[in-house]
Design a protein around this ligand. Sequence first.
Ligand code: ASP
Length: 315
Amino acid sequence: MAPRRPIVVASKNGATALPAAMEILRRGGTALDAVEAAARIVEADPADTSVGRGGWPNILGTVEVDASIMDGATRRAGSVGAVRGYLHPISIARAVMERLPHVMLVGDGAMRFAREIGAERSRLLTPRTRGLWLDFLRQVRETPRSVLRRRELAPVVMRTVRLERKGTVNFIAIDRSGHMASAVSTSGWGYKYPGRLGDSPVIGAGNYCDERYGGACCTGFGELALRGLTAKTAVDRLAAGMPPEEVARAAIRDVNELDAPRPAAMNIVVLARDGGYASATNRRYTTLEKRERRRFSVMTSDMSEPLLLDRTLVR
Ligand code: ASP
């Protein structure tokens, strides 16, 4: 196969990690290594409140992270969910894919496996995210102690539905050999019910990659992508010959038809096997500053820095 021009497409918060991912691809590294390395950078960044260290805690103040990785060449996949105290869930997910006959581990089992492979431990809650969690508890007239003692957490979690406390990082790459891989990492829904999993660790919902056609990854209200198997549906549409821009729009149109409490934000990035890409969202922003958040990022091997582009708005 003739050498291909490497490319990585990411959610906006992935832009900081794109030069490192591209460096791996320029040197002839694999798409799988590039997306894992990129996700690790965002996971370790305490300034990103939606992924890894510095991520949103659950309603009890514990950060529980989810991640998934998929090899587009073999369609092997690995994922972990509800992992506490480990810095790089993406690497645990990759180890699930490579060292176990399984695809997905959650909770205690995932943490046991993380220990077994010597994964790096870390305190994920930062003073900033702890402070924001305390602010939220104050708003709903709770304290860390009262919420811990509650028999029913559901009424408090219901108060989080309209909060802007989400976020995830997405990466999809094509390497010089034309192989593809995708990675997704998140702390999930801020102040979620303990044990809640969103779309990010579920292969087919928040992440799917099949290099015969392409890859797709989501961020946003994960329950919607779970209900619509949004990432797999997008790749099925690529397989049917739909161009990436239409695939991204169709994905958001599907989500918009689901009955859900608004705002039910959903964003998707799509990368086709020929390097064509697109991204769409259903989030309308009124201020310029917030509009920034509606972007996604892309980097090809001939760029010196990542490009930030507007996602197509689909209402
Ligand atoms: N999709 C993630 C989740 O539901 C959160 C997000 O991307 O905003 O866990």
